[in-house]
Write a protein that binds this ligand. Structure first.
Ligand code: NAP
Length: 253
């Protein structure tokens, strides 16, 4: 009897944080996982953790905002792991500043990674999903999409991703492909540690203060988001598309 090969999932920005937890979770769910990050060497930890747990993974270096690098990465993944039918657009950066101090470069980099990156990755992967008549796209938005002081660039990108998600749902639905977005609130990762540092705050105090404002009375962890991704990409979620789920321990904190 021949074994059915595992479906292939790609998670971008998966060297650490939410992306790493998501890659591990999807591997545990039975997917072969391509771990993309800017630098291939930085993906080793995630790849090793997946393999140590008995899963299959491939680390690939690519800037998701660079069309040539994206095409090369997706071609390599299709050749070495198989056709990618799950895509989690997770890679992200922040360049926070009040509008009057925000530079052109701060604006452009955030658009480059979140918006152009998600567009290029999804465009490169969609044909495999359409061919398979099955696919799942999950985009990482944020509660910042509702507006956040000091994040004109990031809030705009994260709101844009919600429109992108809904449009993908409309265009790809008839091919068995769903597209959904997750809007995390405060999740404890290197990204939020960097924010605390920039504000000159002690990390533990910062977490306690943020947690006090969250209805479930704790900060989020990457596994909270990985769990929601796992639901969206599951077989049973095939009738859920074009949605944005706020995973924030409350309506919008
Ligand atoms: P993180 O710890 O900073 O991890 C982001 C990863 O993305 C890093 O490994 C980073 O690599 C990589 N990356 C950056 N630019 C890239 C590019 N151009 N191409 C490929 N990879 C790139 O962030 P996180 O907190 O896990 O966040 C993951 C996602 O969730 C992001 O989209 C973020 O905006 C979103 N989110 C996070 C929170 C939160 O509270 N943490 C809340 C809402 C939404 P380098 O280290 O090499 O830069």
């Amino acid at each position: 009897m021949t074994e059915t090969p595992a479906r292939v999932a790609i998670v971008t920005g998966a060297a650490r944080g939410i992306g790493a937890a998501t890659a591990l979770r999807l591997a545990a769910d039975g997917f072969a996982v391509a771990v993309i990050d800017l630098d291939e060497a930085s993906t080793a930890g995630t790849v090793e953790a997946i393999e140590a747990a008995g899963g299959r993974a491939l680390g690939v270096g690519a800037d998701v905002g660079d069309a040539e690098q994206v095409q090369a990465a997706v071609d390599r993944i299709a050749a070495e792991l198989g056709p990618p039918v799950v895509l989690v657009n997770n890679a992200g950066v922040t360049r926070d500043n009040m509008l009057f101090k925000m530079t052109d470069a701060d604006w452009d980099l955030v658009m480059h990674v979140h918006l152009r990156g998600s567009f290029l990755m999804t465009r490169a992967c969609q044909r495999y999903m359409v061919d398979a008549r099955w696919g799942r796209v999950v985009n990482l938005s944020s509660t910042s999409a509702l507006g956040n002081r000091g994040q004109a660039n990031y809030a705009t990108a994260k709101a844009g991703l919600q429109g992108f998600t809904k449009t993908l749902a409309l265009e790809l639905g008839k091919f068995g492909v769903t597209a959904n977005a997750i809007a995390p609130g405060f999740i404890q990762t290197e990204m939020t540690k960097a924010t605390a540092e920039r504000l000159g705050r002690d990390w533990d105090e910062y977490v306690a203060e943020r947690a006090a404002a969250i209805p479930v009375a704790r900060g989020g962890v990457p596994e909270d988001i990985a769990h929601t991704v796992s639901f969206f990409v599951s077989e049973g979620a095939g009738f859920v598309s074009g949605q944005v789920v706020y995973v924030a321990g409350g309506p919008r904190t």
